[in-house]
Design a protein around this ligand. Structure first.
Ligand code: RIB
Ligand code: CA
Length: 321
């Protein structure tokens, strides 16, 4: 029986899609309850389409997809076509899943699943936090009932990736991030500080392509422009696989070195909008509200990721994919 019951709240998005593949490649560790979609890297419609199609590609259309919020709580939606392409999945073109999203709203699914199993459900939040923030406001009891929230977001002691100060997920909906950070939920925060250095290289992709089938081809097609973007924009040797690293913390927590810290977020100033302010110096007097990842075993994670992708690729072929 998988130990970790997980809902992935997501704006797929290339690295989000790789996260779904990792979840499906960890059947002994992860019981993937559902995907809940949110506008972010692409529109909500595109994100929902992408979630359904990636699940279908991996022979996993039994996993429910619940549609969430199209827009942030207060700010206009900012998408990231320059990073994730016009569809949100780079150069990948997938067969359309015949399976629609479920009728239940993402916010209601989060509430229902968390309250139905107190202490058992982990939310891996890898997009803007709009859905989770509204779930907290609609049913505050989920704060005590959720096992943990693992969020990819924030830039604590490094420059941002969407403004000089802000990381994308927090910047898109800083009001939602503020609600989540101050909710009292047990939060593990994986910031851009760490994930910017967790790189999937073209060599990694070429190695994976030695395995036949649709999964390696998808990984190659979806990451090709993502790798090129990171090289051109950040001069990185590969693409940052931010979101799969967040999921890995659910079943391999020893990948991370954690530090308890108080983190707040700016949501009023245009200049510093979305900046996550981390009180590592203990100057504010506020008690810590997150466990921040301050170190990560990238080699061990990347070896696991590629091994799991190859395993999934073979299984999908065996299942007729
Ligand atoms: O800043 C990186 C994060 O923003 C990742 O979750 C990526 O998918 C985008 O949503
Ligand atoms: Ca994402």
């Amino acid at each position: 029986m998988p130990q970790h019951r997980i809902i992935i709240d997501t704006d797929p998005g290339i690295d989000d899609a790789l996260t779904f593949l990792l979840a499906l490649a960890a059947p002994a560790e992860i019981d993937l309850i559902a995907l809940t979609t949110v506008g972010g890297n692409c529109t909500l419609e595109q994100a929902t389409r992408n979630a359904l199609d990636v699940l279908a590609l991996a022979q996993a259309s039994h996993i429910p997809v619940a549609v969430g919020c199209a827009l942030p709580l207060m700010r206009p939606l900012l998408t990231a076509a320059e990073t994730h392409g016009s569809t949100g999945l780079g150069n990948a073109v997938l067969p359309a899943s015949p399976v629609p999203p479920i009728a239940e709203h993402a916010v209601d699914l989060l509430i229902r699943e968390i309250l139905a199993a107190p202490g058992a459900v982990t939310v891996v939040a890898i997009g803007p936090l709009t859905n989770l923030a509204l779930a907290i406001r609609k049913a505050p009891r989920i704060v005590q009932a959720v096992k943990q929230v693992i969020m990819m977001g924030g830039a604590l002691r490094v420059d941002g990736n969407v403004t000089p100060l802000a990381e994308f997920n927090v910047y898109v909906d800083p009001h939602a991030a503020h609600i989540v950070l101050h909710s009292g939920m047990p939060i593990t925060l994986l910031p851009w500080d760490i994930t910017r250095a967790i790189l999937l290289t073209q060599q990694d992709v070429e190695t994976l392509l030695q395995v036949a089938g649709p999964i390696p081809r998808f990984v190659a097609d979806t990451t090709r422009p993502y790798i090129a973007f990171h090289a051109a924009y950040f001069n990185f040797a590969g693409c940052s696989v931010n979101d799969p690293a967040a999921l890995a913390l659910a079943f391999m927590p020893d990948l991370a070195t954690l530090e308890s810290v108080y983190v707040d977020v700016e949501y009023t100033s245009a200049l510093t909008m979305g900046k996550t302010v981390a009180d590592f110096a203990h100057t504010t007097g506020h008690a810590p509200n997150v466990q921040a990842v301050v170190g990560f075993d990238t080699p061990r994670f990347m070896a696991m990721l590629l091994e799991r992708f190859a395993w999934l690729a073979r299984r999908v072929v065996e299942q007729g994919g």
